[in-house]
Design a binder for this molecule. Sequence first.
Ligand SMILES: C[S@@+](CC[C@H](N)C(=O)[O-])C[C@H]1O[C@@H](n2cnc3c(N)ncnc32)[C@H](O)[C@@H]1O
Length: 513
Amino acid sequence: MTEVLSIERASLDQLASLLLERAGLKITPDGYYGLRLALHARMPALGIADAAEYVGRLKQRAGEHELRSLIPLVTVGKTEFFRDTRQFLAFEKTVFPQVLAKARQEMRQAKLWSAGCATGEEPYSLAMVGLEYAANAASLDVWATDLNPAAVDNAQRGYFPARRLVGVSEERIERFFKPVDGGYQVNPEVRSLIRFEGQNLAAPVWPQVTARSLDVIFCRNVIIYFDQPTIIGVMERFFEVLRPGGWLFLGYSESLFKISTRFEMVEVGGTFAYQRPTGTFRATPAALLSPRPSSPPRSATDVETALRQLKRQQAAPLPAPPPVTTPTPAAGLPPAPSKPQPKRTPVERLAEVIDAIERGDFPKALRSARRLVDDEPEDLAARLTLGNVHALMGNVDEAREAYRQALSREPLCVEARLYLALAAMQGGQLDEARTELTRGLFLEPSLAIGHYLLGQVNEQLKDKDSALRAYRNAINQRKQPWHDLIGHFPDLPRSNEAVAQAAQFRLAALSER
Ligand SMILES: C[S@@+](CC[C@H](N)C(=O)[O-])C[C@H]1O[C@@H](n2cnc3c(N)ncnc32)[C@H](O)[C@@H]1O
């Protein structure tokens, strides 16, 4: 442990600011012990003995990969009891009663797994719900696992400072906790339902889990840190270990879009969960149950071509009127059928939406964008553009909803992060804007416009150093290839050079102050 403690403070400060900048993770000195543990785990993996050298390695471009390995080790703070109320209510009111009833009928335990349980708030919440349905250790087993041994230790202890109980009702605190040393200790009754263990979800085999043995898996806010092949592997294994009819809950911005088609997406209590299919025992299928095959992503060039075409049509002289000699239909003959309108492609329809936006005809843009999204629910560009129309009309909540829908289909969608940040800036929620931008930049570090907007947010937050750093980052992207943004938002700069110039201007103005 002395080795852990010997890591210098300066390296931890640097690491904390790097994590804030790249991943939006706020780690205050209170959380430095967790950073030390994470460094202690990762440095030997790279054969590095000096923390300053490790942080230097992370800052390099090639450090991105290592950052992805480090982040899961330092994200343990991000959890809470009954996190995502709607999802928990769906579990509590619909899924769990069915699962427990079925297990009782089959005279076996109901088995739940909190995969990536962090400091335990999630499995304890599950166990509390279980007790409210009169489950006990004979009828319910909650398995809670995490990669981070420090988190598992904490979880096992079951002691939480008072501030961590936000979101737990008075009745539940009264029933399930005992006040201890200014905080709260979980009662043995709750603790007795849970088995805590260290476990790496990314490992190719999980020897501790039997096929078709689990009723519900909660794996929320974990896979966001994995790359696609890892997510696919984990989902395959989740599928195998779930019973037919078993449930999988992911985090609100995580989805199986382009990951797995084996699960069914099911609407339950106003939220979505995944279910291993079975002939019986199903909740209400959602409209999204059988998603259409995803439409190919719209490249900006496709849409621009369609837009140019549309403009040419609009600018072209009106076609000559039909000759006046057209004979009237002979009596008794049916009128000539009207010429069928050629079906417009989604790209052409999106071009029309963009055209309406550019002409400032937002009501028309909104109508067309809505129709397009209804017809093409998997079209990311259409959905993001719908959000942008809402944002332009000042409907911030609707805009956010559209971006979140985009994220639920494509969790790694950088544009959704960028537009969410713009909506947050519009609503004056600067901390949220900063978080979204740092998340977007973590996914796409060369996104010049993201750095530039982050500079603006930091400036408004009076964080001058971070603003300067963000503007410099924006300027440094000058030579990087331009990232075409999916979804149309007017008046955003359209080249790295234009962004760099704007950033240069802000940098000069800020440096003078
Ligand atoms: C943000 S927390 C989520 C906690 C909880 N599921 C929730 O939603 O509140 C993510 C957790 O995933 C864990 N984790 C990350 N990678 C993991 C892996 N490969 N195997 C197991 N756990 C992992 C981290 O240690 C961290 O505790």
